[in-house]
Design a protein around this ligand. Structure first.
Ligand SMILES: Nc1ncnc2c1ncn2[C@@H]1O[C@H](COP(=O)(O)OP(=O)(O)OP(=O)(O)O)[C@@H](O)[C@H]1O
Length: 636
């Protein structure tokens, strides 16, 4: 029987990526070995779990390991495992296509990545897994047989647009990847990967903690002189020591970094390492990492929780969402629980008291670590906040027990400084005498909020206002009432009382003077507003629109609409500025019963511009534009 060899095309994105790899100047080419060993280690984990679950699988799990094989003459390096293996379809799906190509961001970045620096950045940011082999090999051959299947699949490619795939007989269960190595070129950071000591060094550096033995055939010389004989012997070249069982003093930063990269599938450095150990009723050890960079999918639905669960040093599952709340999904690492059963399932985990207790403690520990960074390492804290602050703030909605803690470690942009965000404690320390409220305004951009008419009186009085522009800010401000006993208050909602008692008489007089105008305007604009009143918050604008305490902000309304939800039209309040020339002229014209049609138009223009000024959307932009054009024409 002649084997049927099929030639298939790589996906467009994959082709681009391979091209990038082949011509890569990435200085860390060595890391291909970590990727292969990591994949093998995952495959061994999967096989162990599968064999545990399916007693009829009929595989031998007594000697699960990874083999590294060097052939100096052929200049090849083979990484072989007896793990779960892949079916033909899996090979095509997993190896022939770029796993993470689904996201627009990867596509966009790939398109941009023309120069060397950009490609280095891309490799560093996403990690490229299996494809990284093309940095060091001219041809890559993968032979794999899935546990429980009889035929194996051979995949081969030189990375240039196509790959071949064929069925093969007689291959052992598991996967082997053979690299036909490019010539060594130290200048290009290409080392000699047929060198035993080089491979040994790389395994030590990147993969020492891998829980499965990594074996290599090494030359052993025995005897003296003529009696000297050289034999090949298998040697396990990794220590297999679980990093989380070692004390922090015994682990180097580099070891932590490599372990972090292994568990998180990321290529950055950890910003902070958090080792934990609990003894007593619930015994567990944990090793958590806060990354330096947010993964690109942090706010996508498929974003995973990055904690692995082990039981007594045996890997149980990835992405164990029961162990940390969703808003801490950026934290990576492992938890090793001593008293769980090895066949624990997700269903059991959800019910488990011990897991719930671990989750509470991990949450507290991560939050207190962030507080410590905030107090003692401001630069690290600033990085953390800019990368993960948006996710952390989700906890204000989902974790009622820790709301005050999260508020305490949060930072917010504020009118106090253009550059540096403020903590709430600092805001409170700057509050004016008699101020008992933390003022904020939500919006889409800092500029929009700063220039909104609502800000005027606060700016004039020098009252600090928090500028909240993350979508999540729209949510939590609706549900968190106070910090440190000081209520939060939106400056775009409700009446403002900035405490000018001496002015109140004057205000009463004005109210009377403008009473006719406000009630007429309320009538004329009754489709859009529920009330028209004089404003105490405006100094330079003629008008602004305010909500009552419970109405949606314009940004929140937009967000709901964008997510496809029907938003009932809410009527808000139009506030007018009795000290503005336009308003006094309007009052005069109305008192003199001038052309009412023209006055109505003016009221509509006033309402429309107030809506635009706060970043809202006109319901009927075309007729507003026409109204404005007509009016401008008449003034010329
Ligand atoms: N040795 C192996 N045994 C079994 N399956 C493998 C092996 N190597 C790779 N695979 C499969 O191919 C998939 C793609 O591997 P690849 O290294 O490209 O990405 P990844 O490991 O999923 O992600 P990344 O390394 O970018 O975090 C893996 O998820 C796995 O399902």
């Amino acid at each position: 029987m002649t084997a049927h060899v099929e030639e298939l095309q790589f996906q467009a994105e994959t082709r681009q990526l391979l091209d990038l790899m082949i011509h890569s100047v990435y200085s860390n080419k060595d890391s291909f070995l970590r990727e292969l060993v990591s994949n093998s280690s995952d495959a061994l984990d999967k096989l162990r779990i599968e064999a545990f679950r399916d007693k009829d699988l009929g595989v031998d799990t007594s000697d699960l390991h990874i083999d590294l094989e060097i052939d100096k003459d052929a200049r090849t390096l083979t990484v072989r495992d007896n793990g779960i293996g892949m079916s033909r379809d899996e090979v095509v799906d997993l190896i022939g296509t770029l796993a993470k190509s689904g996201t627009a961001e990867v596509r966009a970045k790939l398109k941009e990545a023309k120069d060397a620096a950009a490609s280095e950045e891309l490799i560093g940011q996403f990690g490229i897994g299996f494809y990284s082999t093309f940095m060091v090999a001219d041809t890559v051959t993968l032979v794999t047989r899935k546990a429980g299947e009889t035929t194996a699949t051979k995949w081969e490619s030189s990375g240039a647009g196509t790959y071949t795939i064929e069925e093969v007989e007689g291959a052992p269960q598991g996967t082997s990847v053979t690299l036909a190595l490019k010539p060594a070129d130290e200048e290009d950071h290409l080392h000699d990967y047929t060198s035993e000591w080089k491979i040994r060094e790389l395994v030590k550096r990147y993969s020492d903690f891998i829980a499965w033995p990594i074996r290599m055939q090494v030359e052993k010389t025995t005897g003296e002189g003529d009696e000297k004989t050289t034999t090949l012997e298998d040697e396990t070249i990794n220590s297999m020591k679980a990093l989380w069982t070692r004390s922090k003093d015994d682990v180097s930063d580099e070891e932590y970094t490599e372990f972090y990269r292994h568990v998180s599938h990321a290529w950055d450095e950890p910003l902070e390492v958090i080792p934990m150990k609990a003894e007593g009723t619930f015994e567990y050890q944990a090793l958590l990492f806060v990354p330096t960079r947010a993964p690109f999918d942090l706010f996508m639905r498929e974003s995973k929780i990055g904690i692995q669960l082990y039981v007594k040093r045996v890997f149980i599952m990835d992405d164990c969402e029961e162990l940390v709340p969703e808003y801490l999904r950026f934290v990576k690492g492992v938890v090793d629980a001593a008293d769980l059963s090895l066949n624990v399932s997700r269903e059991i985990l959800q019910q488990d008291r011990q897991i719930r207790a671990i989750r509470r403690r991990l949450t507290k520990k991560v939050l207190s670590t962030i507080s410590d960074l905030q107090a003692n390492e401001p630069e690290k804290y600033a990085t953390l906040w800019s990368e993960f602050g948006r996710a952390l703030k989700e906890g204000l909605l989902s974790d009622p027990d820790n709301v005050q803690t999260i508020l305490g470690l949060s930072s917010f942009a504020s009118t106090h400084s253009d550059e540096k965000p403020t903590t709430l404690a600092d805001y409170v320390s700057r509050m004016k005498d008699g101020q008992d409220t933390i003022y904020y305004m939500t919006g889409e951009t800092r500029q929009q909020v700063e220039n909104s008419p609502h800000m005027e009186a606060f700016a004039a009085k020098g009252l600090e206002v928090l500028i909240l522009t993350d979508p999540v800010d729209e949510m939590w401000t609706g549900s968190v009432p106070e910090f440190d006993g000081k209520a939060f208050r939106s400056i775009a909602k409700g009446a403002v009382d900035l405490g000018d008692d001496e002015k109140s008489e004057e205000q009463d007089a004005k109210k009377e003077q403008f009473a006719d105008l406000t009630s007429w305007m309320a009538e004329a604009l009754s489709d859009d507003v529920k009330e028209v009143r004089l404003s105490t918050r405006l100094t330079t604008s003629p008008a602004c629109i305010v909500g009552d305490d419970f109405s949606l902000s314009p940004t929140l309304e937009k967000m709901y609409r964008a997510s496809g939800q029907a938003v009932p039209k809410t009527k808000r309040i139009l506030e007018i500025n009795p000290d503005h020339a336009l308003i006094t002229a309007l009052e005069k014209a109305h008192a003199e019963k001038k052309d009412t049609e023209q006055l109505t138009e003016t009221a509509r223009l006033l309402y429309g511009t107030a809506l635009l000024a706060e970043g809202g959307e006109l319901e009927d932009p075309a007729s507003f534009a026409k109204l404005l054009a007509d009016r401008l024409t008449r003034t010329l």
